[in-house]
Each structure stands twice: as structure tokens, then as C-alpha cells.
Design a protein around this ligand. Structure first.
Ligand code: SF4
Length: 186
């Protein structure tokens, strides 16, 4: 079992390196791809430079350089937060959204999808457990999906709108499927 575990760890590491080498060939470096992916998956409370730095386990300074590069490429815009005038919200531009259609991670997903559904489901469960343990060791936030959060109130209005009991804000169905910097597993 232990030899399988170390082999799996090597495979994850090797695949990560191969994907990152492909990323650089598209003129966008690995950190920039990771920021684009985060902004496509994060809810409106989490699309901030600070949350991005936490998600990437990076420094604010490094993330700032990444965002400057993405803005200069027309892939990301900053705007004043609608909830807090002192804060900044990040948004993908339409070009940024289009760029994600060429995400090198999609090639890996296609390769993984060639296995059977059952094996893939098992692999996802094993990787999720490993990620959860690594996050706990690192004292990092989970950034889980909203609808699996202890503060998520499904259909709170009775009219199909959900609610966040932590931030006291309504949540749409689409937002319930996004990741959040404040998420705490139910
Ligand atoms: S319910 Fe949880 S995950 Fe969803 S917005 Fe609120 S804190 Fe974030």
C-alpha cells in the first residue's frame, strides 16, 4: 500500500510539472493560469487579492505582480467592491473567460476521463482526502464549495433563493456552486 502511495505522489508531481511546462508555452505563466482558474470558480466575496494569495499559498506581493500582468494582458479587471468601498474586487474580462477555454488543465481532464467513471470517482475521493489532510497540516483554509458550507441555507426565501448565514447575503443557484474563502465544511 505504501509503495502505491509514493507512486501516486510521484505521478501527481510529474503530471503537475508537465502541465506547468505546457502553460508557459501559451505566454501565461503557471501562477497566472492559477489566478485565472481561481477567479472563474470563486464567489463574489472571495474574488479579492487577499483571498487569491491565501488560495495560492502565496505572498500578497507575488500575487500583486501576477494581477498586474493579467491586467496588462486584458484578462482581469479590478473594481471597487460593491460591499466595502475600501476593498477591491477582481473580475475576469470576456478575454479572460475565453482564455480559460484553452486552459492546459483541460487536456489533463480529457486524459483522466478516458478511465472508467468508477475508477475516476475513487481517484477523486482519494485526492480530496489527501488535499484535506495537507490543508490541515498547513493550517490553510479549505476554499470549499458554497453548498457544502455550514452557513449555507438552501432555499431560505422559499422562492429558490439561498442565503449565507455568515455574511447575511442572498445566494443564487450558480453562486451556491462556487468556492468561497469563508467556507467551513458542514
Ligand atoms: S454559505 Fe459559506 S461558502 Fe457560502 S458564501 Fe457563506 S460563508 Fe461562503
Amino acid at each position: 500500500m505504501e509503495s502505491h502511495a509514493i507512486e501516486a505522489a510521484r505521478l501527481v508531481d510529474r503530471l503537475g510539472r508537465l502541465i506547468r511546462s505546457g502553460e508557459s508555452r501559451r505566454g501565461i505563466n503557471p501562477a497566472q493560469w492559477e489566478a485565472l482558474r481561481f477567479l472563474a470558480r470563486a464567489n463574489r466575496f472571495s474574488r479579492t487579492p487577499a483571498a487569491l494569495a491565501d488560495y495560492l499559498v502565496s505572498t500578497r506581493g507575488t500575487v500583486s505582480q501576477t494581477l498586474i500582468a493579467l491586467e496588462s494582458k486584458g484578462l482581469v479587471v479590478r473594481q471597487q467592491s460593491s460591499r466595502d468601498r475600501r476593498s477591491v474586487e477582481l473580475e475576469l474580462t470576456s478575454t479572460g473567460i475565453e482564455m480559460l477555454e484553452e486552459d492546459p488543465l483541460i487536456e489533463l481532464a480529457r486524459d483522466l476521463g478516458k478511465g472508467s467513471d468508477d475508477r475516476l470517482t475513487s481517484a477523486v475521493e482519494v485526492l480530496r482526502d489527501a488535499l484535506r489532510r495537507a490543508l490541515q497540516r498547513n493550517d490553510s483554509r479549505p476554499f470549499g464549495v458554497c453548498q457544502s458550507c455550514r452557513y449555507f441555507r438552501k432555499n431560505a426565501s422559499g422562492r429558490g433563493k439561498h442565503h449565507c448565514a455568515l455574511i447575511d447575503e442572498p445566494l443564487s443557484e450558480k453562486e451556491s456552486e462556487l468556492i468561497c474563502s469563508e467556507q467551513q465544511p458542514a
